[in-house]
Ligand binder design. Structure first.
Ligand SMILES: Cc1cc2nc3c(=O)[nH]c(=O)nc-3n(C[C@H](O)[C@H](O)[C@H](O)COP(=O)(O)O)c2cc1C
Length: 202
């Protein structure tokens, strides 16, 4: 069964990205995915302290809830990250997780000496985001950040769902077509990771 990790990055439990992610999770489960949901605001997770205790083993030495997420990231075949746009980037809760994944970066590029720029992604990532404004470049910075976050655990940025002009809690309910897209993306992610697994076995 395709393991999927769903990461809720907004401080709002029922905000726009949370509702989109809930729909993506429903779609993934309907397609047979085994989905685990993690609400980042509920975790006790320090920011990266830049002490590079991870240099020996590729594992972060700070003993907190990140340890659990680290294992979940590595055991998932697909990851769905949902974060609102905060100052043209991801939320602080999301960014803390990303920075802690420097340990995975160290593991991949320093310890395992994986060559830079050579992509052989074994996982797929779906990014869901929402912003209040409508600018063309609203998601540019975050997309780059997410792409390199996904790369730390060998995931390609498989698809992104980016929605503008949504600000208040519940705004997303006015655009049911976006919720439908999220459901379909969750479903398609499971199908895509199941397919790529089969082709790597045969
Ligand atoms: C701290 C903060 C920073 C924000 N920065 C931006 C921004 O740079 N661009 C934008 O379009 N919206 C910005 N917003 C608005 C949120 O992206 C918007 O309200 C979004 O719908 C929140 O999603 P959520 O309900 O999933 O938390 C910001 C909101 C907050 C609280």
């Amino acid at each position: 069964m395709a393991k999927i990790l769903a990461l809720y990055g907004s401080p709002r439990r029922q905000g726009n990205t949370a509702l989109l992610l809930q729909r993506a999770v429903q779609g993934a489960r309907a397609a047979g995915g085994e989905v685990e949901e993690v609400v980042l605001r509920d975790l006790k997770m320090s920011p990266c302290l830049e002490i590079y205790g991870c240099k020996e083993t590729g594992r972060c030495v700070i003993d907190d809830d990140f340890q659990n997420v680290y294992d979940k990231l590595l055991s998932a075949r697909g990851v769905i990250l949902a974060s609102p746009m905060f100052f043209y980037s991801v939320s602080a809760h999301t960014k803390i997780l990303m920075d802690r994944c420097q340990s995975l970066w160290v593991r991949k590029y320093w310890i395992e000496k994986h060559p830079f720029g050579k992509s052989d992604a074994t996982r797929k990532g779906l990014f869901i985001s929402v912003g209040a404004t409508k600018g063309k470049k609203l998601f540019d910075g975050a997309l780059l950040t997410v792409k390199y976050f996904f790369d730390t655990f060998d995931a390609e940025l498989w698809r992104s769902l980016l929605y503008r002009g949504l600000d208040f809690e519940g705004d997303i309910l006015k655009t049911p077509e976006y919720l439908k897209e999220a459901y379909e993306a969750g479903r398609d992610l499971v199908l895509a990771v199941s397919k790529s697994r089969k082709s790597s076995i045969t």
